[in-house]
Design a protein around this ligand. Structure first.
Ligand SMILES: [Zn+2]
Length: 427
């Protein structure tokens, strides 16, 4: 064939879906057909949830996470039932003051939580194994076991000792969320504590910059969830490796300090990173309570002498209540929830954020990070056992199998591999 004739033919072939690498989502005759297709996609994907919390007694004699009766949102049976393959469990520590004593107790708390996560593979060796690399994730998943990974939520327990970053890495941490509520010694928070200025550094502290460089060097993913916008932008400029937001939403859908705005999203795309969509209702959708519910809540507050809001005043007032009063308050709260339920926030609302992120920065930069057992959970994705519902909703909206695999895990694994590669190059 004459060369000038080849080009149009190639274009034709490439445009034909048979040759396209992109698998198209078929049209479905019925809901059953759609769900059956989604199940297949869900099984073939490596499904990763990048953020769930644990308790002190997690996987100990006191708390059996292998039991079907356990009420946590993430347990081994719930992961199995929901086809959720991989969970990043959080070594969480709240931010305290910057005294040596507070740092020391935070450090001890962090070590206890590392131990708790490691207990999983000791107590349930046939069920679950700990992964410290993307290669581990793929290998353990292929063996049929569930996969547990470790993220450190809040760099506060690093204190001012840079060698702890390496220590946490050696204990299995593969991401560190730089901060939490309240500015810490590393960077500004998106939600300052009462009495704190909106920003302390306008981004990272000098020590925070050191932490970022050390994480790049060791191969730990940097997590900007909970960081302020300026801190996030500074990390995105400074980091030599792609970063993650382990559990955040999009401010373009619901304005919230814990969500990322479009400018930050675009910088994150330039950096090659990934936003893991959170399932915490307050971040996903602003909901208006009915006047009846508001009136009932006001009545309840009056009855127990509680102030408005959820701030310090409320926490102090709660501390003055007896155990008996608190039990009574909870019971009345449940009655109100039944009588005047809140508007549900659903999987569909969550996938609206995914749609937005895809539109702004493409399918390659979005994933999933529930925040289960730490405030996460929506109607339709109330715990790990309901994870298929996300895939069903994605299929319904026309996402292809390749797209869904990226969202459920491939994007995060790509970032993690790149973080490893950057670290190798720095050695
Ligand atoms: Zn969090």
């Amino acid at each position: 064939m004459h060369p000038q004739r080849i080009l149009p033919v190639l274009v034709l072939i490439a445009g034909c879906s048979f040759f396209s690498s992109e698998q198209r989502t078929p049209r479905f005759e019925s809901e059953e057909e759609l769900v059956a297709y989604a199940k297949g996609v869900h099984e073939r994907a490596i499904t990763i949830d990048s953020h769930a919390d644990i308790s002190d007694d997690f996987a100990s004699e006191k708390e059996d996470v292998g039991s079907a009766d356990n009420r946590r949102q993430v347990t081994l049976p719930k992961m199995r039932k929901g086809g959720l393959d991989v969970e990043f469990f959080a070594v969480f520590t709240g931010t305290g003051d910057r005294s040596a004593a507070s740092y020391e107790s935070a450090y001890k708390n962090a070590l206890a939580r590392f131990d708790a996560i490691h207990r999983l593979s000791v107590r349930y060796p046939d069920e679950v194994a700990i992964a410290v690399s993307p290669a581990d994730v793929v290998r353990i998943n292929a063996s049929g076991k569930l996969v547990a990974c470790i993220g450190v939520e809040n760099g506060y327990p690093i204190a001012t000792d840079i060698s702890r970053v390496k220590e946490f890495y050696d204990r299995g941490a593969r991401y560190i969320t730089l901060t939490h509520s309240g500015h810490n010694q590393i960077c500004d928070s998106s939600t300052p504590r009462e009495g704190q200025p909106p920003e302390e550094y306008g981004g990272l502290s000098e020590f925070g910059r050191q932490v970022v460089r050390e994480m790049n060097r060791l191969g730990i993913m940097i997590d900007i969830s909970h960081a302020s916008k300026n801190a996030s932008l500074e990390v995105l400029r400074l980091s030599k490796a792609p970063i993650i937001a382990s559990h955040s939403g999009a401010s373009g859908v619901n304005e919230h300090p814990r969500n990322l705005d479009d400018e930050t999203l675009r910088e994150l795309k330039r950096n090659g990173g990934v936003v893991q969509l959170v399932s915490l209702a307050e971040y996903i959708k602003r909901r208006e309570d009915s006047p009846e519910r508001l009136a009932a809540l006001t009545e309840l507050r009056k009855e127990f002498g509680l102030p408005e809001g959820r701030g310090l005043g409320m926490r102090r007032a709660m501390q003055t209540l007896s155990q008996e009063q608190i039990a009574k308050l909870r019971e009345k709260m449940r009655e109100i929830d039944v009588k005047f339920p809140r508007t549900p926030v659903t999987v569909q609302d969550m996938v609206n954020h995914i749609d937005h992120i895809v539109k702004v920065i493409s399918i390659d930069h979005v994933g999933i990070g529930s925040d289960f057992d730490g405030g996460g959970g929506l109607t339709g994705w109330g715990d790990a056992s309901e994870s298929l519902n996300i895939t069903v909703e994605l299929v319904r909206r026309g996402y292809s199998e390749n797209d869904i695999k990226k969202i459920w895990g491939e994007n995060l694994l790509r970032v993690w591999r790149e973080v490893e590669r950057v670290s190798e190059n720095m050695k």
